[in-house]
Design a protein around this ligand. Structure first.
Ligand code: CO8
Length: 257
């Protein structure tokens, strides 16, 4: 598929996706979701790719779902547009590799929801965050009502969702919405460095950390423990990554994954 909105590159085993429709502050339209789904499907078939970074071009990361596209939708189409975005953002969690949001500017509405589908978030000091849907008589439709409270707790989530207040990067860091804040010119280097750090670990271990934490988060604690024990065990088999990692430590050499 030819991309009109996404700019993609793969460098040193790291995929970088730049959302590029700056004239509309990278607002998310149907075309965007089809392109992103296509790219995620491609990446899932590329075992050498060890991390994915998503960023935006210009002064916005993403200023929300495309209001111009949404304005004429009826009830059925509204639900379909919601499901389209939910599926795309949930697909990030199903990839075996870390998906990192590098937030360069406005991350509003569907833009903030996109970042919350990622595994974690690095922000520039210029980034701004908010769920302004109620200003438009709407609610979030790409799982923001579900993910925000899981990430920052009920009080901060309801505060942001009800007031539609826009907060800066330091406040986002304080409430745990982002994991790191850096100067704008350091944003991509920082994201690439973190991606590179993770890419050097055992890929099976990274895949399992992601799956066990994400799936366990939605389970009762004891079921999560059971899942952890099963997956822990799989890293001990003959020729497994765990065996190689432990042997390499004892033999004082670098592991070969
Ligand atoms: N959709 C479409 N176009 C947009 C959007 C958007 N979300 N945001 C900005 N644009 C366009 C503007 O219309 C403008 O276009 P033009 O130049 O043709 O007039 C261009 O981008 C530049 O924007 P501004 O001139 O407004 O730039 P400012 O720097 O003055 O303001 C803001 C920046 C504050 C970010 C402002 O653009 C703004 O408030 N944008 C809208 C933010 C918003 O409300 N986002 C939430 C949208 S709703 C949503 O995301 C719901 C998600 C779930 C959907 C579920 C599906 C059913």
């Amino acid at each position: 598929m030819e991309y009109e909105i996404l700019k993609t590159e793969i460098k040193d085993n790291i995929a970088i996706v730049t959302i590029s429709r700056p004239q509309a502050l990278n607002a998310l339209n149907t075309r965007f979701f089809h392109e992103m789904d296509d790219f995620v499907a491609k990446i899932s078939q590329m075992p050498d790719v060890r991390a994915m970074i998503i960023t935006g071009e210009g002064k916005a990361f993403v200023a929300g779902a495309d209001i111009a596209e949404m304005v004429d939708k009826d009830q059925k189409e509204g639900t379909e547009f919601s499901r389209l975005g939910q599926n795309t953002f949930s697909s990030f969690g199903k990839l075996d590799i870390p998906v990192i949001a590098a937030i360069n500017g406005f991350a509003l509405g569907g833009g903030l929801e996109l970042t919350m589908g990622c595994d974690f978030r690095i922000a520039s000091t210029k980034a701004k965050f908010g769920q302004p849907e109620v200003n438009l008589g709407l609610i979030p439709g790409y799982a923001g009502t579900q993910r925000l409270s899981r990430l920052v707790g009920l009080g901060d989530a309801l505060y942001l969702l009800m007031t539609a207040e826009m907060i800066g990067a330091e406040d986002a860091l304080r409430i745990g919405l982002v994991q790191k804040v850096v100067e704008p010119e350091e944003l991509m280097d920082t994201a690439i460095k973190i991606a590179g750090t993770i890419a050097a670990k055992g890929p099976q271990a990274i895949k399992k950390v992601k799956q066990v934490v994400r799936n366990g988060y939605e389970m009762p604690f004891e079921e999560g423990e059971k899942l952890e024990a099963e997956q822990f065990g799989t890293l001990f088999g003959e020729g497994s990554e765990g065996r190689e990692g432990m042997k390499a430590f004892l033999e004082k050499r670098k592991p070969e994954w």
